[in-house]
Design a protein around this ligand. Structure first.
Ligand code: GAP
Length: 492
């Protein structure tokens, strides 16, 4: 709980992220990132880029956000991308039926009840809510009129209102639609992968829990295209022995308990469908640990059949423990040839490719990571109150908005000049650094701690004589005196 308040407090005080359009109205589900939040977000994306598209030698694209209706008709989103909703007969508030029921069981500590909710269809959810006498949490009215509500934001293209379009609910569709063209123009061979990072939109019924359930967010998606009949012969230069030896905290389908199993064991019993899928989980583990989400705070969960998205033959979610409980940070799916075959049918275009001298309609393995939920999990876990009089964001260097702060001890022209010179040297060496001379040195240390800067360099009058600076460590508050030339290796 202390952790929760620390994170929320820092996020608010330093405007890391905050509700959009705040001066006008309180619309749920839209957040803006302030300068510090944006730097952390970019770090999350850079860490992903280094491990996924660049680390695995894949291609990255940027496709359109507005999609004509036909694309989403083909993908199945028009018909099936829905959430179960009930409307309060008195105040007309819309409630997500599955979440309402889950919250009921969660309050009762009924894990079995919660697990059952994931398997229920619209009518079952509505009658269970009725049977248990669960009422509207706003006014106590009866929750009725169940319907499957489509989550896509609708718009129109141009002036003709018949040209219906939607804001994309996932970045993946752009990759599928462009796949054949990229395959051809880049001389790809199966297996191959294409990634994309970008904004997506979902008209969530009850956005909540800060960045956890929002209506506009960023996804980092990777689609691996494979020939399902070809033998696995390695991918992306990954050492499969290391991957198979890796142990994952895992909840298998049909069970409620977490066990630690090696990827080799999970592959053997089919909980992980193939080696490409295994590589995605391995890389995700690497990504979250790099960003500071340590073992014990995450697990992988194989989804029940009833929970699978309409396109999936099998899913494994990566869940991270936050102050809101476990949240899904990534969805990994075996999409089979569902998308390419649907787009081929709808467009009338042949989307097969030649692989090993035969025509193949590739199957797809997907890793879809939510940037905002990952960033939220990182901040939520890093915020601490260790009694120093202010909160600390103990971010790992990979996530920290700056690696280093540079402070003149006092507002003195000579100290300021030297401090700015050092800041310039750091920035020229691509070390993100920020300079400040406002307020007392204590206040500046506190600010650097709050926004997660790992080291602070202070320039004093001695520095002008001996070229030594004081380096203060954020986590221990310990200070050491070092030569200016030595700071580079210390802060990186
Ligand atoms: N292309 C597959 C796909 O979109 P998903 O499980 O619906 O799969 C992937 O979404 C990730 O996007 C989730 O694991 C989560 O991190 C993020 N996400 C989904 N809905 C979200 C929401 N309303 N707010 C914030 N992040 C969300």
């Amino acid at each position: 709980m202390d952790n929760e308040s620390s994170a929320e407090d820092i996020v608010k005080r330093r405007s890391i992220f905050f509700r959009s359009f705040g001066i006008y109205t309180e619309v749920g589900g839209f957040y803006d990132y302030g300068p510090i939040g944006l730097r952390i977000k970019r770090n999350v994306e850079s860490a992903w880029r280094a491990l996924f598209p660049e680390g695995l030698g894949l291609l990255e694209v940027e496709t359109s956000i507005v999609l004509p209706e036909i694309v989403l008709k083909a993908s199945g989103h028009l018909a099936t991308f829905t959430d179960p909703v009930g409307i309060c007969s008195t105040c007309k508030t819309a409630h997500r039926l599955d979440k309402t029921l889950e919250e009921y069981y969660e309050k009762k500590g009924d894990a079995e009840g919660m697990a059952q909710v994931k398997k229920m269809k619209l009518d079952e959810l509505a009658s269970k809510i009725n049977e248990l006498g669960i009422k509207c949490n706003k006014c106590g009215g009866v929750i009725g009129s169940p319907e499957n509500f489509n989550l896509m934001f609708k718009t129109q293209m141009g002036q003709k209102s018949t040209d219906v379009a939607y804001l994309r609910p996932e970045t993946a569709q752009g990759i599928f639609v462009d796949f054949k063209e990229i395959y051809r123009s880049h001389g790809l061979k199966l297996p191959c992968g294409i990634s994309q990072v970008g904004k997506v939109f979902r008209n969530e019924i009850s956005p909540r829990q800060q960045l956890v359930r929002v209506r506009e967010f960023t996804q980092m998606e990777t689609e691996i295209f494979i020939d399902k009949d070809a033998k696995f012969e390695g991918f992306g230069g990954v050492d499969m022995r290391r991957v198979e030896a890796e142990k994952l905290p895992f909840i298998k389908r049909g069970t409620n308990n977490e066990v630690e199993l090696s990827i080799k064991e999970l592959l053997a019993d089919g909980a992980i469908p193939n080696e490409y899928f295994a590589i995605m989980l391995y890389k995700e583990k690497e990504l979250i640990e790099l960003l500071g989400i340590e073992k014990g705070r995450y697990r992988f969960r194989q989804l029940e059949k009833e929970e699978l998205p309409h396109y999936s033959m099998g899913n494994v979610d990566l869940e991270v423990k936050t102050s809101y409980g476990y949240i899904e940070v990534s969805g990994n799916a075996h999409r089979s040839d569902y998308d390419l075959s649907s787009h081929a049918k709808m467009s009338g275009k042949d989307l097969t490719v030649i692989s090993n001298e035969k025509k193949v309609l590739p199957h797809v393995i997907e890793a879809s990571i939510g940037v905002d939920r990952l960033l939220f999990s990182v901040i939520d876990g890093a915020a601490k109150d260790d009694g120093r009089g202010w909160k600390v964001l103990a971010l790992k260097k990979a996530a920290a908005p700056y690696l280093c702060a540079v402070f003149p001890l006092q507002k003195d022209d000579k100290l300021i000049e030297k401090a700015k010179e050092i800041e310039g040297m750091l920035v020229a060496n691509k070390i993100p650094a920020f300079y400040s001379d406002s307020g007392s040195i204590g206040k500046r240390y506190a600010k650097a701690d709050e926004i997660g800067v790992p080291s602070a360099i202070t320039i004093d009058f001695e520095t002008l004589n001996d070229g030594m600076v004081t380096i203060r460590d954020r986590d221990t508050s310990k200070q050491v005196r070092k030569k200016i030339e030595e700071i580079f290796e210390l802060v990186v």
